[in-house]
Design a protein around this ligand. Structure first.
Ligand SMILES: [Zn+2]
Length: 422
């Protein structure tokens, strides 16, 4: 699933409450990152599939998949953005959840960079233990342990043991469960949590639990990686907003959450063409004060929120025109990347009506997805090789970072369609 921004981590902690949860009256929601009550609702989408990466075996099951609503609220006190309508009960994180991006060479080279940097910066090596909360299929943890010589503990309900083939497997323990207070005893020298926090509603409770797990072990370094909401707001990238993600952060709101949970935020930066946000922190004895200039983004985020609806409208219109032109001219279109962005786009543009017309195909390089069906619309996910028969005229690339890789993959199938990258 190379276009999806969630490489690790199904859900790490059962999240029974809304991202910004309503108080008793449900009239005035409070922020689950800071407890503030000054929330501005700025974006709504109705009737969206509750999951986008869960693999469904039949078209009927995919089309009947539970749906939910998205109503994004912006906390004026801390900048946190959450889905007020999030209902974790609709979610079914399990081994059938396919989030891995590891089949992409571009993504693999990104992982190589992160492994190298983290190992060097934090001196990870033999005798140390790395804990990954929400480890997904375990690729990141396994690579970290292989390269550093450290031991590992990975926690994720969606872990699949048969997929781990590694010389380091003997020193890695996987726990197929949601992370929660029952795992607060796990001791590690390094804690990472990648593309997981955005799936969790009660984010303050979660970060406090991570802090409690570390306890007095002050040498522990922590890495969190997640989608950057500043970019989504700047670009009107509505396809990056979907039901699975109930919590959205910019650098400032993420830092504020960690500082209020007794972490000292050491580094705060963006990677992967500014798509992902990285936070590195160490435990402190009490809440800490903002120190980094990039934490001061509250007014900037508020201004982006104000212009978001207009940007989304412009994006929707230009994309709808592309699809309309293809339909009118009989050109066949393929969407490359079947993850959350694709599900979100199909839902927003009402593309389910193209099902069965033969004019639209959905492609993914992850072989575990081939022959499965997209939640909501019911499109079958095809392999790149299947495009040889379909001969698409246009390929919509769901993440521009993969454009070169996709062009090469298409050329290897003797296909040279027009590529349009989001
Ligand atoms: Zn807040």
């Amino acid at each position: 699933m190379q276009q999806d921004p969630s490489p690790g981590a199904s859900l790490a902690m059962a999240a029974p409450r809304s991202a910004i949860r309503p108080v008793e009256s449900a009239a005035s929601p409070t922020c689950s990152a800071c407890g503030g009550g000054d929330i501005r609702v700025f974006y709504r989408i109705e009737d969206v599939p509750a999951h986008s990466c869960l693999m469904l075996s039949t078209q009927e099951e995919a089309r009947a998949f539970p749906r939910g609503e998205i109503e994004l609220g912006f906390c004026k006190d801390c900048g946190f953005i959450g889905n007020l309508r999030f209902d974790a009960a609709l979610h079914r994180y399990s081994p059938a959840y396919e989030e891995t991006q590891a089949f992409s060479a571009r993504f693999q080279s990104f992982l190589d960079e992160v492994w190298g940097e983290q190992i060097e910066r934090f001196g990870l090596g033999p005798g140390m233990t790395a804990l990954e909360i929400g480890c997904g299929k375990g690729e990141f943890l396994v690579g970290l342990c292989e390269r550093s010589g450290c031991a590992g503990i990975g926690v994720d309900p969606g872990y699949r043991p048969e997929r781990t083939r590694s010389s380091a497997a003997g020193r890695i323990r996987f726990i197929r469960d949601f992370y929660g207070p029952r795992y607060a005893h796990l001791h590690a020298d390094y804690v990472c949590c990648r593309h997981t926090l955005e799936h969790i509603g009660p984010v303050l409770d979660f970060v406090r639990l991570v802090r409690a797990t570390i306890g007095e072990r002050r040498h522990v370094n922590v890495l969190f990686e997640l989608p950057d909401m500043e970019r989504v707001l700047q670009q009107g990238a509505f396809w990056d907003i979907y039901y699975e993600h109930c919590s959205y952060f910019t650098r400032g709101s993420l830092a504020r959450l960690f500082r209020s949970s007794a972490f000292d935020v050491r580094r705060l930066y963006k990677v992967y063409d500014n798509q992902y946000l990285m936070l590195e922190a160490q435990p402190a004895s009490r809440p800490t004060d903002a120190l980094l200039p990039q934490e001061n983004d509250l007014a900037h985020t508020a201004s982006l929120i104000a212009g978001f609806e207009q940007k989304v409208g412009d994006r929707l219109q230009s994309l709808a025109e592309i699809f309309a032109r293809c339909r009118a001219s009989g050109r066949r279109l393929a969407i490359w990347g079947s993850g959350s962005k694709c599900v979100s786009l199909i839902s927003a543009l009402g593309l389910a009506r193209d099902l069965g017309s033969g004019s639209l195909a959905i492609v993914d390089i992850n072989p575990h997805k081939h022959g499965k069906f997209l939640a909501g619309s019911g499109f079958e996910i095809l392999s790149p090789e299947a495009l040889r028969c379909l001969q698409p005229d246009v390929v919509l690339v769901m993440n521009a970072i993969y454009t070169d890789e996709i062009r090469r993959d298409l050329a290897s199938c003797s296909l040279h369609p027009e590529l349009i990258a989001l």
